[in-house]
Write a protein that binds this ligand. Sequence first.
Ligand SMILES: Cc1cc2nc3c(=O)[nH]c(=O)nc-3n(C[C@H](O)[C@H](O)[C@H](O)COP(=O)(O)OP(=O)(O)OC[C@H]3O[C@@H](n4cnc5c(N)ncnc54)[C@H](O)[C@@H]3O)c2cc1C
Length: 477
Amino acid sequence: MTVSATDARPDPGAAALLATLRGCVDAPDVLVDPVDVEPWCHDWRRQFHGRPLCVVLPRTVEAVAAVVRACGQAGYAVVPVGGNTGLSGGATPDASGRDVVLSLARMQAVRRIDPVGETMEVEAGCVLRTAQDAAAEHDLLLPVSLAAEGSACIGGVLATNAGGTNVLRYGMARSRVLGLEVVLADGQVVRGLRALRKDNAGYDWKQWFVGSEGTLGIVTAAVLQLAPRPKHRVTALLAVASPEAALALLRRARRDLGDTLDAFELMSGAALGRVVQHCERVLPMPAAAWFVLLEAAAFLPGLRDATEALLEAALEHGDATDGVIAESARQEADLWALRESITEAEAREGRSYKHDVSVPIASIPAFLQAADAAVVQALPQARLNVFGHVGDGNLHYNVIVPPGTDGAALNALVHDIVVRFGGSISAEHGIGQYRVGELARSKSAAELDLARRIKQALDPQGVLNPGKVLPAPPHGA
Ligand SMILES: Cc1cc2nc3c(=O)[nH]c(=O)nc-3n(C[C@H](O)[C@H](O)[C@H](O)COP(=O)(O)OP(=O)(O)OC[C@H]3O[C@@H](n4cnc5c(N)ncnc54)[C@H](O)[C@@H]3O)c2cc1C
């Protein structure tokens, strides 16, 4: 016998809605068996857990619209999901058994690529790496790159306005969006799949949905701006004495390598020490207080010479104390593996609290000094695991904690210092359900009011991803 995910708590409207949903999509595309829906009951880190009424997998925008309309009419919520790699619990249903998880996984076509206009029209469920590979077949680049790109989908990447490793050069996911197709909370389809670089005819509404984490509309397709694919690439690892030295190196690299600089990642020596200890990776130089992983890519030859000259000047002026430039694709991959293993090494070291924060780039050293001092004072046994896309002012300020640590107090401590430095408590991972309680710490009352008004205008019934991004309205509101 098939046991419905809702059987534990019978809901009189559920059977009627399930019947309606089976008419909106092919009946087998409505999953209710607890075993079938299990992958959608948790977030990637298994920090958040829920229980949906069902998981629906539509194949067309019309079906998405019908599902959303049906849920709204029946008074049920819709939780959109792509690759479920989000790090804020935005795609995890709540425990009520009344959320309908709407997966875009069956809408994954790369519809067209225009090599002259350098654009791609793609459906929301297309995995980011598939879209990157499709662009590469035309010698073009889809310059959004993150460690989860083998699972994250275009819709999720846009709904979270994902960042990643080459924001320094190409900007966040938002900057790639030329056109969007969205299903609104009332089931209306807004078709804006224009491949235009210039379109100032009225509000740029598509950007309202980018970064809205499924709370304002369901992204079903997008037109993305691609870029020419550079022919030459250089990757280097440099040891630096301090965050101040890393910023001096950043300035030098920006001056000497200009726009060819793709990535500038800062990693503490402690973080890389854990990678060596837990992940069988090898540091190609002696241990140091801090390291910078730098990548540049260019169309014309000469990049390697320029990077060698940069390294020499950095060593001469004390911006760096050691450095190595990858000699092969294998060595490049090994250097990147050091960076990409930090999260795994951290997980093996123990429980940690993560802070995905940004501050103005020039404030990074002072922020680190203030935050380190406060954390060490509050939790003398804590171990810091700090790394990040420092070229964008984005730090993953993670703290490995002893058992029994009050995580909320630690989050508040770090986030208050972030706000004092004019920063953001979520640089790229969004708010989801993880940071809802913290949002008011970094946004003014007027900003929160504006956000609520937008939500109220687009989703007055609260059908789309309720309880995500925005704190619950105050009593009586
Ligand atoms: C190992 C790892 C590394 C990561 N590195 C980075 C990084 O460097 N930079 C970064 O920014 N993020 C990073 N992330 C976070 C995550 O990969 C990104 O947030 C990604 O963009 C999420 O895509 P997804 O398809 O998995 O979205 P999901 O997790 O499925 O959903 C994320 C949010 O978007 C909403 N959503 C999903 N699809 C749609 C849609 N079609 N329409 C409307 N709303 C939708 C969901 O409701 C949810 O709120 C990383 C995650 C992992 C696991």
